[in-house]
Design a protein around this ligand. Structure first.
Ligand code: NAP
Length: 250
């Protein structure tokens, strides 16, 4: 087991990529704090882990609100004793032409996708610094470094995630904390169900991807998250790990 007895917070853990990461961390021996806003869905994922013999609990929290983030991290340390791993994965995407976004669309996207990871980092860094050990993994996107139309706030937020990864790594690598991010390519989750149902989009993705696949599985994304949270990645700092079936290479 590569994460035996490590305490891991996984935001957006109730479905999609986050759920797959929670389940993989549970299998690798971590104690998993499943974080999202909807209590029942987070509890369902925690139950899958405990039913399989692992340790997990749901901690409902809106990552865009500092008071909720601080209370959640306090709850995790009360329940599990510490925090070793933070996966800042919660995210939303709103697709529209640039001129049609409302101020609220922009604020919500940036608050959840970018500010949330800042707030989470602030809450866990003191715990990690004290023991000179920690792993922080943010979920960025290939949209943080490659342009996608009709996704202006999303692209801006993910570019910010790539940059806070590097800025934080530069600041706290010396404290024994690894900060990295993953940039997924097109991964089949509830976030993009509407696109999975669109045969034209599927054909387009297949033609642009060297593997010929339109979608990566959530389990393939979880593999990268296990590696970056493990001691096998002890010398990896400030890295944007692109897991995209080769899409960016094309
Ligand atoms: N799927 C892809 O192709 C793809 C590609 C590149 C990057 N990504 C990134 O990967 C991450 C996961 O994506 P996904 O496709 O797995 O998304 P998803 O299936 O839509 O799941 C999103 C998760 O985030 C939680 N969440 C949303 N807002 C939250 C908030 N304010 N506070 C706490 N939790 C919140 C949701 O639960 P609640 O609604 O109950 O809170 C849910 O657990 C995102 O950051 C996304 O941008 C995905």
């Amino acid at each position: 087991m590569r994460l035996k007895d490590k305490v891991a917070i996984v935001t957006g853990g109730s479905m999609g990529i986050g759920e797959a990461i929670c389940l993989a961390y549970g299998r690798e021996g971590a104690k998993v704090a499943v974080v999202n806003r909807t209590r029942e869905t987070g509890e369902a994922v925690a139950r899958k882990i405990t039913d399989a013999g692992g340790a997990a609990r749901a901690f409902p929290c809106d990552v865009s609100k500092k008071a909720e983030v601080d209370a959640m991290v306090g709850g995790v340390t009360d329940a599990f004793g510490t925090v070793d791993i933070l996966v800042g994965n919660a995210g939303i995407m709103i697709n529209k032409p640039a001129e049609e976004y409302t101020e609220d669309d922009w604020d919500r996207t940036l608050d959840i996708n970018l500010k949330g990871n800042f707030l989470l980092s602030q809450a866990v860094i003191p715990i990690m610094k004290k023991k000179k050990y920690g792993k922080i993994v943010f979920m960025a996107s290939i949209a943080g470094t490659h342009a996608f139309p009709n996704a202006l706030p999303y692209c801006a937020s993910k570019g910010g995630v790539v940059m806070i990864t590097k800025a934080l790594a530069a600041e706290i690598a010396k404290d024994g904390i690894n900060v990295n991010c993953i940039s997924p390519g097109n991964t089949a989750t509830p976030l993009n169900q509407h696109l999975q149902d669109d045969p034209e989009f599927v054909k387009l993705m297949q033609s642009y991807t060297p593997t010929g696949r339109a979608y990566i599985s959530v389990e393939e994304m979880a593999g990268a998250a296990v590696f970056l949270a493990s001691d096998e990645a002890s010398a990896v700092h400030g890295h944007d790990m692109i897991v995209d079936d080769g899409w960016c290479a094309m």
